[in-house]
Design a protein around this ligand. Sequence first.
Ligand SMILES: [Zn+2]
Length: 447
Amino acid sequence: MTPWLPRFLAVSTAFVLLATTTAFAQAHPYPSTDVRDIYTRLLTQIEKIPAFDHHAHPGFPDDPDVDAMAAPPGSSPLRERDTNPELVAAAKALFQYPYDDLSPEHAKWLVNKKADLKRQQGIAYFSNLLDKLNIEQGVANRAMMADYLDPKRFVWVFFADSFMWPFDNKQQTARNVDQGVYIPLQEKMLHRWMAQENVKQLPASFADYLTFITRVLEDNQKNKGAIAMKFEVAYFRTTKFGDPSRELAEAIYDRYISGGIPPEQDYRTFQDYIFRYLVREGGRLHLPIHIHSAVGIGDYFNISESNVMNLENILRDPRYSSTVFVLIHGGYPLEREAIWLASVKNVYMDSSLMEVVMYPAAFKDSLRQWLETFPDKITFGTDAFPYNDALGAEESYWLGVQTARMGLAAALAEMVASGEITEPKALEMAHAYLHDTAVSLYPGKVH
Ligand SMILES: [Zn+2]
C-alpha cells in the first residue's frame, strides 16, 4: 500500500489545481441549462462525419440473398411496423414523396419511384443512397454479394453458421415452424459453399471436413473480398458453447456424416466444436467474428438461451485472444451489461438494430452509458433490411442513421453539459463511434 501513497497525494494535489482553473474538473448530476444549444452545435458537426456502417443487409425486397435465413411474419416492435409515421418522413427525405401517409395507393407511387430509380441508376442506386445519408462505406451482411452493389462502397460479411448443420436435420427442422424455415436454408447455404469449392459430397473424414471449412473461409476472404464472418446462430440454438475435445466431435462426425439422425446432445456437442474451430480460424486469418447478440424475431426465438452473457466463456478465453469479436446489436436489450464484455481487448460492440428498435430518447440513454464506459470499443451500424416494398432497406438505412446521429449528439451534449467531457472530446468520441473504431478492425480493407 505505502508506495502508492505519495502518488495518490500528487494526483489529488493536481486535481485541486485543475479544479480552480477549468470548469470541467468535476462532473455534476444535472446538466447545465445550455444542453440544447450544445446538442444543436454537436449535431451540426456530427452530420458532417462520414460514417462506416458496421452492419446492414442492403438489397431489394425480392432478393433472397440479403440474408442466409428468412424473417418469420409478425412480432415486429412498434417502430419497425409499416404503420410507423416516420416512414413517411423517410420517403420524403429520400424520394421527395409527395403524400403524407402510406395508404396502399400512395405507397404504390413509392414502389414505382424506387423501380424507376433502380432502372436509371443501376449499380449506383445504393451508392447514391449512402451519399444522401453520408455513409462512406458500409457492410453488406448477405448470403452472397449482389452485382447491383458497388464493391467500392459495400464490403461483404458472409454467414458461417451452416458448417454446424451437416447431418440429417429432420429432428432439428421439426422443432417448430421457424426452424422448419431456418434449417433448410442453412442446408442450402452449406450446399452453396460446397458448390463454390467444387465439393460434390461432404468429406468422409472429419479432418477433410475441417479443411473444407477453412478453404471456404480463405476463398471468401482472398478472392471474394469478405472482411468478416457472421453468426446468427442465436436463431437456431443456444449460444452457450461447450468445449468438447476434437476426438468427441470427430466420433460424432464419423457416426452421422453418411446418415442417421444425431441425438440433440450429440449434435450440440459437434456444433460446439465447429463454432470454436471457426473462432480459432477467425483469429489465424484475421477475419473478425460478428455475432448476433440481441433478441430476435418470431414466436420461437429463445431469449434466455441466446442471452449475450452466454458468450462470456468464449470472449474471455485466452486461446481466442487474437480473434476480434463484434457483438452485433450490442446484446440488446441487455446492452447495459453487455458493454462490460468490451473490457476484453479484442471485443467490440455494434449498436445496429438498437437505434431502429429504440426511439432517439431511449437510444440516447443507452449510448450515453456506452460512451461513459468504453467509448473506444463501440461502433455504429444500421441493420438496414428490405422488410417489404414500402419499408425497404432504403427507409431502414434512413431511420438508423437519423436516430444514431441524433442519439449520439444528445448523449454527448448531456455529457458536456454535465461537466464530464469537453466539446472537442465529444467530437473525437463521435468520430470514433461513427467511423474510426470500426475501420481500425479491418486495416487496409476499408476506409
Ligand atoms: Zn442484421
